[in-house]
Design a protein around this ligand. Structure first.
Ligand SMILES: [Zn+2]
Length: 405
């Protein structure tokens, strides 16, 4: 059985809609994958995530390795049982987090986001061909991550979809460094696949990671090397450039190459999930995305709304909402707006750092992104993606066409 069944393609772009088949069920694509970095979608329970319509969540190897430790998760029967999530789980390899410690602000630089704090407290002790030795940000103890250990941890976690361990190349390095780093990622890919073939769960899908910085030839070579190896799918990682335009171009070099060498393999775009990036990503043929944005900004009082001018963001903590009795969005079917929680109440909760405030905005934001992805998927299936994408880009509310129709 192929990992991905492609049900429809958009004649005007590279977009496709399909079904990803995993050991714990199917994922409707294109899909956004909410982060459960530490084994929990922050502020939510699994049933909330299911009710929002999500099929898959993403756990993180680096964080779960350090705390509570993969052996403890294994003791509970794997990550599904530990966190009480029955659906598909993808686990990140830890490469991005471990290299972010060494490269300082590489995480922020690559993904254009605010610092994650916890990732920075640790320290890299050494990087060589064997792997990476570093100090845990939890207790200062010395740890080692390598291609084999990353795969071993992901096997213990029992994820449905494992990512190989890669060297996440920072942006501000030379072409020569990027080329050497990308070659190491390819050698580590082979070691991950060898370990998995010998020891890994046979029903666990393995995705390789494309690197190559912002150099077209390196990106295309890396894509071809990864896609033609024994991987089940391909993830696009590393530095995608300084601007959105560059990020879209660099990602498209990969999907363009994939259309040629491995059109049927599923593609994941790592750590990208701004609203306009999701729309563009779907158009260039990405099948699934993960990003901290919707859940993280929710906890800081930012709600997603159909307002491209403000990057689809709405600041609920603004003093002007003190007495506002309307919901975040009129006619929003999410659990927060449909229950009638006012902007004034949410602002009050958020200012008081009440947990329920963070939870309600998280529900609204994930509901917003899920309606957007459903709109895009249904448009591909109906052959109307260009119109739907244009409407969403210019500020149409996701899900509106379906509510009206
Ligand atoms: Zn809402």
């Amino acid at each position: 059985m192929p990992a991905l069944d492609i049900l429809a393609t958009d004649p005007a772009s590279q977009a496709r809609a399909g079904i990803l088949n995993t050991a714990h069920g199917t994922v409707r694509t294109p899909a956004f994958v909410p982060l459960a970095t530490k084994g929990v979608v922050k502020a939510l329970e699994p049933r909330d995530v299911v009710e929002l319509g999500y099929d898959m969540v993403l756990g993180n190897t680096f964080h779960l390795f350090l705390d509570p430790g993969h052996e403890r998760v294994r003791h509970f029967g794997g990550l599904h049982k530990f966190m009480r999530w029955d659906g598909p789980i993808i686990t990140d390899s830890g490469g991005f987090q471990v290299f972010s410690m060494g490269h300082g602000t590489v995480a922020d630089e690559i993904k254009g986001r605010a610092s994650q704090g916890s990732d920075r407290a640790g320290a890299i002790l050494s990087i060589d061909e064997s792997g990476v030795r570093f100090r845990s940000y939890i207790d200062g103890s010395e740890k080692f991550l390598a291609p084999e250990t990353s795969m071993e941890i992901q096997a213990a976690l029992g994820s449905d979809l494992a990512l190989v361990f890669d060297e996440c190349t920072p942006f501000h390095v030379t072409r020569d460094y990027t080329a050497r780093s990308t070659e190491r990622t390819h050698r580590w890919l082979a070691r991950c696949l060898d370990w998995h073939a010998e020891n890994g769960p046979q029903d666990q899908l393995v995705y390789g990671i494309v690197q190559g910085g912002v150099y077209e030839d390196l990106r295309r070579e890396s894509t071809e090397a990864v896609a033609t190896s024994a991987v089940d799918g391909v993830a696009i990682g590393g530095s995608l450039g300084e601007t959105k335009a560059q990020m879209h171009e660099v990602s498209a070099w990969s999907t363009d190459t994939l259309d040629r060498v491995a059109p049927g393999k599923p593609r994941h775009l790592l750590g990208i999930g701004e609203i306009d990036d999701l729309i563009r990503g779907v158009e260039i043929g990405i099948d699934h995305f993960d990003c901290a944005m919707p859940t993280r900004i929710a906890r800081h009082g930012m709600a997603l709304v159909p307002d491209p001018e403000k990057r689809w963001r709405f600041d609920l903590t603004n003093a002007r909402w003190k007495d506002a009795d309307e919901p975040i969005m009129e006619d929003c079917p999410c659990p927060c707006c449909s229950a009638g929680f006012s902007r004034g109440y949410l602002r009050y909760l958020l200012k008081a750092k009440e947990l329920t405030g963070m939870r309600l905005v998280t529900l609204h934001n994930l509901a917003f992104v899920q309606r957007l992805m459903t709109d895009l998927r249904e448009a591909i299936l109906a052959g109307t993606l260009p119109q739907t994408a244009a409407a969403l880009r210019s500020g149409a509310a996701p899900g509106l066409s379906r509510t009206v129709a």
